[in-house]
Write a protein that binds this ligand. Structure first.
Ligand SMILES: O=C(O)CCC(=O)C(=O)O
Length: 328
């Protein structure tokens, strides 16, 4: 997880933001709720927490010709986009879950306490595409996120970045509402010309006028309907664009994957093979807490929850160590 940061907020903005931080009491109260699976079940009864019998969402495997086309695109251009893959029932329920979590005052990524936000990554078309990119035996990097772009002019997804200057990793992004040119759809700069060049670009502290224009011209908008799946290798430059206002929020969720033989960075651990079981609640909370602290550089409003995120990492870390010990 080596995402570029955006321009840091000014000292005045930081002071202002600090006033919004959750207080110690609020953190303690939220921590107690977060650890209570009964609380989550009552918040969104349609979804379960650590119930391995919960059904795998239905999704047809890609046909051979779809798969060939998408896998070829991923190999040549560094990203893929498959529309109409997930069923609307699944997508509606996931979106409903994010709305319920937000209405209760949690950042949307807390939807990852629920099994269904993990089992979704097991469905056939996602497996096919992650295998196309990374081969058999890939594992999931527990870097979950839920994006929520309000339908107001100037709201935006994440600014241009690469997910890491690292090989053998893939991000998969699922729109839970239609992502349009007006509400902040994803843009990518396809990588077929030269991955290394994009990697280098990431290191640049500034770009020449020519480099900037070249990049802008190479950008490709990827409007996508709810239930599509999209993915890109880590070194592909991409971003969530700026909304022009009106319509519906752009809601999406994302996860990262790593090739079987690749050792994860410490910041990527633990890795999971979802076919062998779902992470327990404490490990989900660890992943959520870490993501809040990592991605607050992209979403300033997450700074409010940074203390809660750290508290979740502390309690979740014991579960990580326990599962590492039983795996050896
Ligand atoms: O949804 C967005 O705005 C950005 C998504 C993205 O860049 C990511 O998850 O890496």
């Amino acid at each position: 997880m080596e995402r570029d940061s955006v321009t840091p907020p000014s000292r005045a903005a930081r002071k202002l933001l600090a006033r919004l931080d959750l207080s110690r009491d609020e953190i303690d109260a939220r921590l107690a709720l977060a650890l209570d699976s009964g609380y989550w079940k009552s918040l969104y009864p349609a979804f379960s927490v650590n119930d391995e019998s919960s059904a795998l969402p239905r999704a047809d495997a890609l046909t051979a010709s779809q798969y060939e086309r998408l896998a070829d695109h991923l190999t040549r251009r560094g990203y893929f986009h498959a529309d109409s893959v997930l069923e609307s029932e699944t997508i509606d329920a996931m979106r409903g879950c994010i709305e319920a979590v937000r209405s209760a005052g949690w950042p949307p990524v807390f939807a990852y306490v629920y099994d269904q936000f993990w089992t979704i990554w097991r469905v056939a078309p996602i497996k096919q595409m992650v295998q196309a990119g990374l081969g058999e035996g890939y594992r999931l990097i527990s870097h979950p996120w839920c994006h929520y772009v309000n339908p107001v002019a100037g709201a935006s997804g994440w600014p241009p970045h690469v997910d890491g200057n690292l090989a053998n990793r893939l991000s998969v992004w699922i729109p839970l509402t239609d992502a349009t040119l007006d509400n902040g759809c994803i843009y990518v700069v396809p990588g077929d010309q030269n991955f290394a060049r994009i990697g280098e670009l990431r290191e640049l502290k500034s770009a020449t006028n020519l480099q900037l224009r070249e990049l802008m011209q190479r950008g490709r908008a990827l409007p996508a309907s709810a239930g599509a799946i999209m993915g890109w290798h880590f070194r592909i430059l991409h971003w969530g664009s700026v909304a022009s206002g009106g319509g519906h929020p752009r809601i999406s969720t994302v996860m990262e994957f790593i090739k079987a033989e690749e050792a994860g960075l410490p910041s990527e651990m633990p890795l999971f093979d979802l076919d062998r079981g779902l992470p327990p609640l404490l490990q989900r909370l660890f992943a959520i807490g870490r993501a809040i602290n990592h991605y607050k550089r992209f979403e300033l409003r997450m700074r409010r929850y940074a203390g809660l995120g750290r508290a979740l990492m502390r309690v979740g870390d014991a579960a990580n160590r326990e599962s590492a010990a039983t795996a050896t």
